[in-house]
Design a protein around this ligand. Structure first.
Ligand code: C5P
Length: 209
């Protein structure tokens, strides 16, 4: 059932989103940035005056999430990434977002999903799995550039601290922790340009086709 699925996982600002969108353009496959789902849940919950530790409240927001709600640029901020990581630790939130992600992965023409648990939980049978990573310092610099480019006033050392906190929380949680699937290919982009990372990703996918 379904077409060719590419799972792209990795920590914050590793380059997985860029790799996923490049592969999407190359193979003409739809791409789902699953981090956006968790970001949306966190931001919408907070806007409604809810608490990020309120598991039931967060799960209710997750259950009502629809694709048209995902276009909000507020989901791209530093605060939204932090909120996403907090609500992403709640198993009922993950359960509520599962069907949407599985349905996206099951599209007849195939699909690419990027996130933390695509290769391990969402699409364990995906024929192509990449685990994209880079050193915390490189990732902090990339995320800092991106946020500054969006007009956010942020300090690099704060972003590095965020990255370390987020890595620890995402890898240490009980529910679908961030880890490389056994059959995923590691792609360390620390020393790579976007072009080099995209090319390396393409070669990994070609080997799996
Ligand atoms: O990738 P991005 O930085 O947008 O993800 C934000 C947060 O959402 C992550 O730190 C993680 O806690 C959570 N997330 C997740 N599972 C995914 C995607 C994101 O738990 N598949």
């Amino acid at each position: 059932s379904g077409g060719f699925v590419i799972a792209v996982d990795g920590p914050a600002a590793s380059g997985k989103g860029t790799v996923a969108s490049r592969l999407g353009a190359l193979y003409r496959l739809p791409v789902l940035d699953t981090g956006l789902l968790y970001r949306a849940v966190g931001v919408i919950l907070q806007r409604a005056g809810g608490d990020l530790d309120d598991v039931e409240g967060a799960a209710q927001v997750a259950a009502k999430l629809s694709p048209v709600m995902l276009a909000d640029p507020a989901f791209r901020t530093r605060v939204a990434g932090e909120a996403a990581s907090r609500v992403g630790a709640h198993p009922p939130v993950r359960a509520a977002l599962l069907k949407f992600q599985r349905d996206f992965a099951a599209q007849a023409g195939g699909a690419i999903l990027d996130g933390r648990d695509i290769g391990t939980v969402i699409a364990p049978d995906a024929p192509a799995k990449l685990f994209v990573t880079a050193s915390p310092e490189v990732r902090a610099e990339r995320r800092w550039r991106q946020l500054v480019g969006q007009g956010e006033m942020v300090v690099l050392s704060d972003i590095l601290a965020d990255i370390r906190t987020r890595d620890a929380r995402d890898a240490g949680r009980e529910a679908a922790p961030l880890r490389q699937a056994e059959d995923a290919v590691l792609l360390d982009t620390s020393e790579m340009t976007i072009e080099q990372a995209a090319d390396a990703a393409r070669r990994i996918v070609e080997a799996a086709r």
